[in-house]
Design a protein around this ligand. Structure first.
Ligand SMILES: Cc1cc2nc3c(=O)[nH]c(=O)nc-3n(C[C@H](O)[C@H](O)[C@H](O)COP(=O)(O)OP(=O)(O)OC[C@H]3O[C@@H](n4cnc5c(N)ncnc54)[C@H](O)[C@@H]3O)c2cc1C
Length: 416
């Protein structure tokens, strides 16, 4: 590896967090090798809803646990668990419950908002710099509610967003119709995040950033990294294509980060909240203009370039078990009711792995054991949003610049 002004770096994992980081480091004067076991966008960054959200709501909210039994029992509900995985996920769940205490919720919301509040500007800078401005849309992010009760249940979330300056507008049925005239007019209430952005083709965006990185002289290597080792003169990543060495290494392996992070002193309770998508045919007319969440049923319809994407579900089943598309397929009639012109003929089905920590906050910062190994994983439901912001923070750490956001809430050893 040729030495550049800032030295050499390995970035492991080429999802949105990894490609954004590799691009930021190469731009800052590092000679970067981006390593992925499959290639860019092979993981969770492939199939998400593409929303860049100025949000701050952690998943563990006060009283959340009360709705868990009914969600689990509803066969078309958004939450499921493979019962054989329960013993494994139980400690994570207990920790998650602890994070729903009001003081923890305030802390977690503040830490999230510090990141998401910077995301739209960071996306703008990255897309401009990489020449990809045409791949991001300024259309906002809409949540719609059929019932007064469904909307009223969001009161604590709206109060939290207001306290943390996360911008939104409350919409009436008429406002919703103005924004999305082809939705079934059954929706009485809406919440509109007009500052949010939308990527109609997340996969193309990740590949576009990876191409821009290569154009700057960065290298992409296909290798499954099994261990990371400290050497006298830097860090070595050992994997299926041999040993790669550099001055520094950034770990961006999403839901697969636990074991590699553990090799550098971090015992992080990382697990996965699995999520699904179904691709439906492109709608030439009577479709949507932005991602729209059905508030009561917790699924999203998104007008992607390649068709309408139905995304939903949090499934606790770890990284090894195969997909079960039963629940998301049960949502098709609900989606059809929401958008009557929708063609529900399934084109493609996908399972993704949100990398999630119980406090809903990612890990960003140096490993406890070695300042030359930097962690950047655990972005749960906000990873697409937070890729470029995370990359900027990692770059600042690596060039010795004071990050604009205090990093202590994201430290790896916060779990004790
Ligand atoms: C259904 C669904 C909808 C979503 N919608 C949104 C949304 O609208 N907005 C939003 O902000 N977020 C959304 N998300 C979350 C978001 O997609 C993820 O948080 C994000 O993609 C995580 O990115 P990442 O780069 O950390 O991980 P990934 O994209 O999973 O990338 C990790 C990479 O690491 C590689 N890797 C793993 N282990 C190794 C190894 N040992 N050696 C080499 N390579 C390795 C993998 O091949 C992979 O390419 C959604 C998620 C799901 C499931």
């Amino acid at each position: 590896m040729a030495k550049k002004k800032q030295g050499t770096a390995i970035v492991v994992g080429a999802g949105i967090v990894g490609v954004s980081t590799a691009y930021a480091l190469q731009t800052a004067g590092f000679q970067v090798t981006l390593v992925d076991r499959v290639g860019p966008c092979a993981g969770t960054s492939y199939g998400n809803a593409g929303a860049i959200v100025d949000g701050c709501t952690p998943n563990a909210m006060p009283g959340f646990w009360k709705s868990v039994p009914s969600m689990l029992l509803d066969p078309a509900g958004p939450l499921s668990i493979r019962w054989s995985y329960l013993p494994k996920i139980l400690p994570w769940m207990i920790r998650f419950m602890q994070e729903s205490r009001p003081e923890r919720v305030e802390h977690n919301a503040g830490a999230l908002k510090n990141l998401t509040g910077a995301a739209v500007a960071d996306w703008g800078r990255l897309m401009k710099s990489a020449g990809l401005q045409h791949m991001i849309e300024d259309v906002g992010w809409l949540k719609v509610y059929e019932t007064d009760e469904g909307f009223q249940a969001t009161e604590s979330v709206r109060e939290l967003m207001t306290r943390h300056d996360s911008k939104y507008q409350v919409l009436t049925a008429d406002d919703i119709r103005d924004l999305e005239p082809h939705l079934n007019p059954i929706f009485k209430h809406g919440i509109f995040h007009n500052k949010s952005r939308f990527l109609p083709n997340p996969e193309k965006v990740v590949h576009g950033i990876a191409d821009a990185f290569k154009h700057l002289g960065g290298e992409i290597v296909i290798a499954d990294i099994s261990s990371i080792r400290e050497e006298e003169d830097g860090i070595a990543a050992i994997g299926s294509s041999g040993t790669i060495k550099a001055d520094k290494l950034v770990l961006c392996t999403g839901a697969w980060s636990k074991n590699l992070a553990g090799q550098f002193g971090a015992n992080v309770p990382l697990d996965t909240e699995r999520g699904y998508h179904l691709m439906l045919p492109v709608m030439a007319e009577k479709g949507l203009s932005r991602p729209v969440l059905h508030g009561e049923k917790s699924f999203v319809l998104t007008p992607m370039e390649r068709g309408v994407r139905l995304t939903s579900q949090v499934e606790f089943a770890g990284l090894e078990m195969g997909p079960d598309f039963t629940r998301i397929r049960k949502m098709l009639p609900l989606a059809k009711k929401m958008l009557p012109a929708l063609n529900t003929e399934e084109q493609d089905a996908w399972l993704g792995y949100r990398p999630s920590l119980p406090d809903s906050i990612p890990v960003i910062g140096p490993s406890p054991n070695n300042p030359n190994v930097i962690f950047a994983f655990g972005h749960q439901h906000f990873g697409m949003t937070l890729g470029p912001t995370t990359a900027r923070l990692v770059r600042d750490i690596m060039i010795g610049k004071e990050p604009t956001i205090p990093l202590w809430p994201y430290r790896a050893n916060r779990f004790g």
